[in-house]
Design a protein around this ligand. Sequence first.
Ligand SMILES: *Cc1c(COP(=O)(O)O)cnc(C)c1O
Length: 390
Amino acid sequence: MSDYFLEEITQSLTHLENQQLLRSLRPLDHGNDPVIQKEENRLVIFSSNNYLGLANDPRLKQKAIKAMKEYGVGSGGARFTTGNFPLHEHLENEIALLKKKETAVLFSSGFLANMGVICGLMGKGDIIFSDEWNHASIIDGCRLSGAQIVIYQHNDMKDLEEKLVMTTSSSRKKLIITDGVFSMDGDLAPLPEITQLGKKYDAWVMVDDAHGTGVLGANGGGTAEYFGLEKDVQLSVGTLSKAVGAEGGFVACKKEVAHYLRNKARPFIFQTSLPPGIVAAAIEGLQIIQREPGRRQKLLDNGTYFRRELKNVGYHVPNGITPIIPVLIGKAEDALHLANHLEEQGIFAPAIRPPSVPEGSCRIRFTVMATHKKEDITQAIQAFRRWQKP
Ligand SMILES: *Cc1c(COP(=O)(O)O)cnc(C)c1O
C-alpha cells in the first residue's frame, strides 16, 4: 500500500524545487566572527544579525559562564514557579532603562514576544492595523489573537489613515503594529506619522524593533529613540538575539500593561524562563550598548560605505541608514546565480526569495557588522564588479 501522506510531502518538495524555492540547511562554522579563514580560503559573512559583535564578545561569554556556574544551565521553571531569578528582574529593568519605559516583560524570543503581546492584549472585537511587510511573528500573533486584522500598504500613511477612518465609530481596542526597521529592506517605519495617527484615532502603537534595538538612537534605544518618540509608542517590542548578542524577546511598557501581560500572555506564563547564563549575557550586552557608542557608529559607517560603493558599481540599492542592505535583482534564478558567484569570491550573503519577499523582488540581502573591516567590504564590492548576469 502506498503512503499517500509521505507522497504528498514529496510532491510538495519537488514543486518547491522546480520553482527554485526549496531551502536546505547548511552548517557554517564561523564562531560569530565576520570572517572565516581556512588556509587559503577566506569567506566574509554578510548575513549575521550580530551587528555589534557582542554575540562572541569575551565579556558576555564571561558573564554567561559565571551565571551558569552559579545558577546552573537551565532555569528549571517558568517565571511564576521556580524560574524567576533576581537576574530576570535585573534584565527587565535594564531593558526598561534602554527603552525609557516603566518596566519590561521578558519572553524566550522575539518571536514569542510578538505572539504573547498581541494575543495577550487583543482578542475578538478588537482591531489591529498591521503593515503588510511586518515580521512573520506579528502576522501569526495577529491571526492567533482572534482580533479583526486590517493590513495597510507598506509605510503608506494615507492608506493607514483611510483604514483608521473607516473604523472610528466603534469603541473596540485599536492597535497599530509596525516593525521599527523592516527586516528585508532595512527601511524605517515613519513613526512620527504613525504615532500621530494613533493619537488622532485613539489607537495604541506597537513597534517591533528587533533590528533597531542597539543600532539606532543616541543610546541604542532603537527606532523610537531615533525619532525621539519613546513616549508615543505604548508597546516597545524587541529581541535580545540580534545587536544585544544573547537570546530572548521583550516588551517594554507601562507597569499596568506589564502586570496584565504577565497574567495573560501564554508564552510568558507557560514557558520555562530564559536560562541564567543567557540572561546575564543579555544584561552585559545592554550595558555595553550604552557605554560604547563607538560600536554603533562603526556599524552605521560600514553601512554607509557599503551602500555608496555598491551604487557606484551600478547596483540597485535603496537609500537607507540601517545595517540591512538589500541589493535588488528581480528573478529568483538571477539572485541565486549571483549568490553563488559571490560565494565563489569569498562573500557569503543569501539570496532572498518568496515567501520572504514578494515575487519579482528577489534580492541579495547584506547585513554589515561593526566588526567588518574596510577590506572585507572592498572584497564584496570587487565580487559584485565581476558578476555577469547569465
Ligand atoms: C528576528 C525578528 C524577530 C524574532 O526575534 P527572535 O528573537 O529571533 O525570535 C521578530 N521580529 C522581527 C522584525 C525580527 O527581525
